[in-house]
Design a protein. Structure first.
Length: 219
């Protein structure tokens, strides 16, 4: 079942999933996080990381942030990092991208800055982030938890939720809602394919995008 869910989610884009959430009265769309290092869309189950300010910078950490998440993740998972401290400090970097790519992780989404963007691009590892910076997290941030509840944008994200991210946005779907969101999103995608086919066949766009289009997301 899980593999089927992942395959179906992988065929959808953020707009279709966002429209499905709207139709079902759910929230999940997150704006303002940019795709920095590849042109690929990513999707998968979420492994979370929560970062906070280091209040004891004199004591070095026993391991770098997000390494526990990389080791806990399964192939195809997406790591989602919350770095909402207000510091211009990276919540992800190039060596983490290498480690994640070697484990088959689909990509990373950072609520906050990332660094080593060119390095991640050379490794063809998808990094989505709110911003980019050269400043290291060492001595500035610590990991508050792996696979704990976090917030991205204004959306609560829990371990095991589902996410899709592309050049438009990031969209999170709660694990408990994934089945009905997929059904709704697939119906919307089929409807939009039929609309595109009608346009190519010569149907006027005002007819294709008429009243039925305007009301298609009504509950």
């Amino acid at each position: 079942m899980s593999n089927d869910v992942l395959a179906r989610l992988g065929r959808l884009d953020t707009c279709g999933v966002s429209d499905a959430l709207d139709k079902l009265g759910l929230k999940g769309a997150i704006s303002g996080i940019e795709r920095l290092s590849t042109d690929r869309r990513i999707s998968g189950r979420v492994v979370t990381v929560k970062l906070e300010r280091d209040t004891d910078s004199g004591r070095p950490a026993s391991r770098h942030l997000a390494t526990a998440a990389i080791e806990a993740a399964e192939r195809g998972d997406v790591i989602v990092v919350e770095q909402r401290t207000g510091l211009d400090v990276a919540g992800w970097g190039g060596t983490l991208s290498l480690g994640a790519s070697l484990r088959g992780i689909a990509g990373v989404i950072v609520e906050g800055p990332a660094r080593d963007v060119d390095e991640s691009r050379l490794r063809d590892f998808p990094v989505f982030a709110r911003a980019h910076t050269a400043r290291t997290a060492r001595g500035r941030l610590v990991e508050a938890g792996t696979n704990v509840p976090i917030v991205v944008g204004d959306i609560p994200v829990s371990p095991g939720d589902y996410v899709v991210a592309d050049g438009t946005a990031v969209v999170v779907v709660a694990q408990s809602e994934i089945d009905r969101v997929l059904v709704a999103a697939e119906a919307i995608a089929a409807r939009e394919k039929a609309m595109a086919d009608a346009l190519r066949a010569g149907t006027p766009i005002s007819e294709v995008m008429g009243k039925s289009y305007e009301t298609m997301l009504r509950k």
